[in-house]
Design a protein around this ligand. Structure first.
Ligand code: DGY
Length: 323
C-alpha cells in the first residue's frame, strides 16, 4: 500500500520526544548528522516535501522555496525568523511558524547573565584563577561595576525585553527603554519603565541590552555613531541577532576604550567571529545559547512539531508568522 503520510524534512536532530511525534505522523527525512545541512542538501531534501522543520542556521530563501513545489508549511525552530524569506513563502501560500513565548525567560536569564558577567568581570577573574595567577585576595583586584543602582537601557521592548526588565527591577536597576511602539503609561508604571528617545537611551545606559528582531531596518542599528553616544563606562549586551551591531565598529570602540565592554551571544556571521573580538579581555562571547536549556529546547521542539502537524493535517498553526 502506498504511504500517504505527508513528507517532512527535518534539518537537524531535535529532542527525542519531538522526533517520536513526527515519526508517528509523517514520513520523516532527518539530517542524520549533528551539523548544519549545506544549501545543496536542503535544496535536494525539500524537493518532494510537504513540510519543512528548520533551524535559524538554515537559510530558507527564494531558491529553496522554489525547489519545493509541494511545501505547505515551514516550521522554524526559533523565535527569530530572519533566516526565512517570509514574503516568498507567503506568495506560495506556505505557512511559516516560529516558537515564541516558551524561550522568553530562558533567553532573558542569559541576557541578565551577560550583564552580571561583564559588569563584574566574571570570566576574566575566573580565567586568571585557572591560569594559576592568583596569589591571594587583593583590595584592587578585578574591580567591576555595580549592577544594583545602575541604569539598564533596553532597545526593543517585546517579550524578552520585558522579561529582562523584571530581572533588572529585582536588582534595583533603573530601566529606560526605546521601542518602535511605546507601552501605555499604566504598563510603564507596572514594569517601572521610563521611555526615552533612541539616542537618549544610548546616552543614559550603564548597560545597553538589545532585544530587537533583525531586518533591513535594524541592520547595523548599533554602528560607530551609536557606539559614540554610549558612556565610556557602559557595557553593550546582545542576545538578539548579531548583525544589529556593526561588529567592526564595536571592535574599534572596545579597543579605543569608547565603551567598557560587551557581552555577546550572537554574531554577524555565525559561527565566524569578527577579527579582533577574541583577543579582547573586556568581552564575554557565547555560542548563541540564549534559549539553550533542556526544558526550553524541548518546548520549542514540541511547539514547532505541533504547528507543522496542524497545518499538514488541515488545521491552523498557533504560532503563524503573519508579516
Ligand atoms: C531564537 O529562537 O531566535 C534564538 O535566537 C534562539 O536562541
Amino acid at each position: 500500500m502506498a504511504n500517504s503520510r505527508p513528507k517532512v524534512l527535518l534539518t537537524r536532530r531535535l529532542p527525542e520526544h519531538a522526533i517520536e511525534k513526527l515519526e508517528a505522523h509523517v514520513e520523516l527525512e532527518m539530517n542524520p548528522d549533528d551539523r548544519i545541512m549545506t544549501k545543496a542538501e536542503i535544496l535536494e531534501g525539500v524537493k518532494n516535501k510537504d513540510g519543512l522543520l528548520c533551524l535559524l542556521t538554515d537559510k530558507i530563501d527564494k531558491e529553496v522555496i522554489a525547489a519545493a513545489p509541494d511545501l505547505k508549511v515551514i516550521a522554524n525552530y526559533a523565535v527569530g525568523f530572519n533566516n526565512i524569506d517570509i514574503a516568498a513563502a507567503h506568495r506560495k501560500n506556505i505557512v511559516v511558524t516560529n516558537t515564541p513565548d516558551v524561550l522568553t525567560d530562558t533567553s532573558a536569564d542569559l541576557a541578565f547573565t551577560l550583564i552580571l558577567m561583564t559588569g563584574r568581570r566574571v570570566l576574566e577573574a575566573g580565567n586568571y584563577l585557572r591560569a594559576g595567577d592568583w596569589k591571594g585576595w587583593g583590595p584592587l583586584q578585578f574591580l567591576g561595576t555595580d549592577i544594583s543602582g545602575a541604569t539598564l537601557g533596553i532597545i526593543g521592548m517585546g517579550r524578552i525585553g520585558t522579561a529582562v526588565t523584571k530581572r533588572a527591577r529585582g536588582f534595583d536597576m533603573d530601566v529606560v527603554y526605546w521601542n518602535r511602539t511605546r507601552f501605555s503609561v499604566r504598563e510603564e508604571k507596572q514594569l517601572g519603565l521610563k521611555y526615552l528617545k533612541f539616542n537618549d537611551v544610548l546616552h543614559r545606559a550603564d548597560f545597553l541590552s538589545i532585544h530587537l528582531a533583525y531586518n533591513e531596518e535594524t541592520h547595523h542599528l548599533i554602528d560607530e555613531a551609536a557606539l559614540q553616544k554610549m558612556k565610556q563606562s557602559a557595557f553593550l549586551i546582545n542576545t538578539s541577532r548579531g548583525a544589529i551591531i556593526d561588529e567592526a565598529a564595536l571592535v574599534a570602540a572596545l579597543k579605543n576604550n569608547k565603551i567598557a565592554g560587551a557581552g555577546l551571544d550572537v554574531f554577524e556571521e555565525e559561527p565566524i567571529i569578527t577579527p579582533g573580538l577574541l583577543s579582547l579581555k573586556n568581552v564575554v562571547l557565547l555560542p548563541h545559547i540564549a534559549s539553550a536549556s533542556t526544558n526550553t529546547r524541548e518546548k520549542m521542539a514540541m511547539m514547532a512539531v505541533d504547528d507543522l502537524l496542524a497545518v499538514l493535517q488541515g488545521g491552523k498553526a498557533v504560532n503563524e508568522v503573519l508579516i
